[in-house]
Design a protein around this ligand. Structure first.
Ligand code: SF4
Length: 229
């Protein structure tokens, strides 16, 4: 990995932080799992949201919380009943995963979710993304949440590239995006990145015409220059 491709300009990072937080304050989405700091609810939502449309997740999340309001009720859930509840979402292996996580928390942590990255990471099926989602959204820690969509923003705006086939597993990418997380507004910033990737800097046809990053976005500047030629 060359240093050049991983250097983020400090001034541009500041403008980016300011603009994305301003954008989020007007355009951010509201979901029930964003209104809680309960790690159980946060992790449940994150599991349901994996590779799944958020609109589909909403009713399933609400019904799960109603039937299994806490980690103890989920730990003793009937697996078939739990699986049938997430049936509309597919990826049914998640039911077993949820139950096993709940069982570990009850058995090994007295029913309280651990706070350390190491212990969270040891829960069944919990990777770096989910670990940091719980740390950021439930425990308010100043950590990055990096997925393919977030990486796309940094690639386009800053030209941040990984040489790994799966950029989201690249520690250097996590590190560089982590440096941009503002200490005072880390939770808001991470949510802003998720929403910005879903609503503006989308995979196909990004909405550059309404984007507050135009003036310094590498992708947009290159595109404008190629059109002018
Ligand atoms: S200008 Fe376009 S490519 Fe750049 S961040 Fe905005 S939407 Fe994404």
């Amino acid at each position: 990995m060359s240093e050049r491709t991983l250097t983020l300009d400090e001034k541009t990072v500041e403008r980016f932080q300011r603009n994305i937080l301003n954008w989020f304050r007007t355009n951010g989405r509201s979901f029930p799992w964003r209104k809680t700091r309960n790690p159980y609810r946060v992790i449940l939502a994150e599991m349901l949201l994996q590779k799944t449309n958020v609109e589909k997740v909403l009713p399933v999340y609400k019904s799960l919380i109603k039937k299994y309001p806490n980690v103890h009720s989920l730990a003793s859930a009937n697996l078939r009943a739990l699986t049938s509840q997430i049936l509309p979402l597919g990826l049914l292996y998640r039911a077993k995963r949820m139950k096993r996580i709940a069982q570990s928390v009850v058995r090994d942590h007295n029913g309280r979710f651990p706070k350390s990255a190491k212990e969270l990471r040891q829960l069944y099926g919990v990777g770096d993304y989910m670990t940091n989602a719980v740390r950021a959204f439930a425990f308010g820690e100043n950590v990055p949440i990096v997925d393919t969509n977030v990486i796309r923003i940094f690639d386009r705006v800053f030209g941040l590239k990984s040489e790994r086939p799966r950029a989201r597993t690249d520690k250097l990418i996590w590190e560089k995006i982590g440096v941009t997380v503002p200490v005072q507004s880390s939770r808001e910033y991470n949510l802003a990145l998720l929403d910005f990737a879903a609503l503006v800097c989308i995979h196909y046809s990004p909405k550059c015409h309404i984007c507050p990053m135009q003036k310094f976005c590498n992708y947009y500047i290159s595109l404008s220059q190629s059109v002018q030629r």
